[in-house]
Ligand binder design. Structure first.
Ligand SMILES: Cc1cc2nc3c(=O)[nH]c(=O)nc-3n(C[C@H](O)[C@H](O)[C@H](O)COP(=O)(O)OP(=O)(O)OC[C@H]3O[C@@H](n4cnc5c(N)ncnc54)[C@H](O)[C@@H]3O)c2cc1C
Length: 361
């Protein structure tokens, strides 16, 4: 089960399930610690690929996690220095709604362009030594003598010393006993492949911001409030947080969020209805943006009610870990991945993660 490591030592094999932001950054941290890493991703639906990628390190998180998030910009710069371009860039942010005169109006912001990130990751992971497999893990990992066994949809079986569940909305089907605070929402955007469809000269300030590759967001996000209400919902609820973000040569215009009661993944909501609702919400910001062509795309996103993600070993046989349910993933993942990697590598115990409140169980 173990592979040869540096100096003839066997390097423990870690299987990471999920190749979005969480699984990929964790895999990079693990290979840096001389572990042999296999990254499994089914390529089905990756929230990361449709993300605005805003790195809101100042937006706050519950408890001691808030202080840690200030390190996120430094972590992204370090990752880029070590592995090459990942889409990180400083950019302008414009907020709408509420008091327009405050300093936040022109605050400096940072974004990881999710299209650039997803394009760069496969090459960069392979160059770092991660073994990439396009495979679906078919069910919960099974504890076997000295490690774990993963049944793959292809019929193959993979054995590993340790397993990390970083499969976003797919995590619960791999570990049904995960805490009830882990939930999923549906998020929808208009994913414009080209900004060239924007009218020139820009007829509104919002179109100008889009052409200048600025992020535009509501001053008061409704999504965190909806996520906080998730455990008490009796019927599905949706909201629109009108805004947009550069996305490669294109633009993501969104976003609509839908949360259902309960823990099941459920079927996708009707895309045509979600698109109509999104366009109505966008029209309240700028009717020109609301008429842009699209296409509409939606994806399932994992989150934790209360805002503290699941990061750390799961109760039960040792060697099974969770890395999912982020709020502000682009700030949380780069600072939490090294902490979990230390625990998996055996160079730290889980007490730091326990203090942050992220350890499941
Ligand atoms: C429109 C939108 C805007 C957003 N804006 C921001 C923002 O500005 N800032 C921010 O911080 N966050 C933002 N987010 C949230 C953020 O993008 C997500 O929280 C984050 O990308 C989740 O990353 P992840 O790796 O945990 O999950 P994912 O990116 O969903 O990756 C999980 C991967 O696991 C794979 N998988 C699932 N099950 C299996 C299985 N059984 N076997 C193999 N593979 C499997 C999936 O195919 C997927 O590739 C936004 C999200 C959306 C949709």
């Amino acid at each position: 089960m173990s592979a040869p490591g540096q100096g003839g030592r066997p390097a423990a094999v870690v299987a990471v399930v999920g190749g979005g932001l969480a699984g990929s950054l964790l895999a990079l941290e693990l290979v840096e610690r001389d572990l042999t890493v296999t990254l499994l991703d089914d390529g089905s639906a990756t929230a990361t690929a449709l993300s605005y990628g805003g790195v809101a390190w100042w937006a706050g998180a519950p408890g001691p996690l808030a202080g840690l998030l200030r390190r996120a910009p430094g972590r992204w710069r370090r990752l880029q220095a070590r592995h090459g371009a990942l889409g990180w860039r400083g950019c302008g942010l414009r907020l709408h709604g509420g008091g327009w005169t405050t300093a936040l109006l022109r605050s400096r912001f940072a974004q990881v362009d999710s299209q650039a990130l997803m394009a760069a990751l496969p090459r960069l992971l392979v160059a770092a030594g991660v073994r990439l497999h396009r495979e679906q893990v078919a069910g919960p990992p099974r504890s076997v003598a000295g490690g774990w066994q993963l049944a793959l949809a292809s019929g193959a079986v993979l054995r590993a010393d340790q397993v990390v569940l970083a499969a976003g909305a797919g995590c619960r089907s791999l570990a049904p006993g995960l805490p009830a605070r882990l939930r999923t929402s549906w998020a929808g955007v208009l994913a414009l492949p080209e900004r060239s469809v924007l009218p020139q000269p820009p007829p509104t300030p919002w179109v100008r911001h889009a052409l200048h590759r600025r992020l535009v967001q509501p001053r008061h996000w409704r999504r965190p409030e909806l996520e906080g209400q998730a455990p008490s919902l009796r019927e599905e609820r949706w909201i629109v947080d009108a805004g947009f973000a550069p996305w490669g040569e294109g633009l993501l215009l969104g976003q609509i969020s839908l949360v259902r009661p309960g823990l099941e993944r459920g079927a996708p909501p009707a895309a045509d209805l979600m698109e109509v609702r999104l366009r109505q919400g966008l029209a309240r910001l700028d009717p020109i943006l609301a008429r842009l062509p699209g296409p509409y795309r939606q994806v399932q996103v994992a989150f934790c009610a209360g805002g503290v993600p699941l990061v750390g070993p799961l109760p039960g046989p040792p060697g099974l870990h969770a890395f999912c349910g982020f709020a502000g993933a682009f700030a949380q993942v780069p600072v939490l991945a090294p902490l979990l990697a230390e625990v998996i590598a055996g160079t730290a115990d889980a007490s730091t993660l326990a203090r942050l409140g992220t350890v499941p169980g």
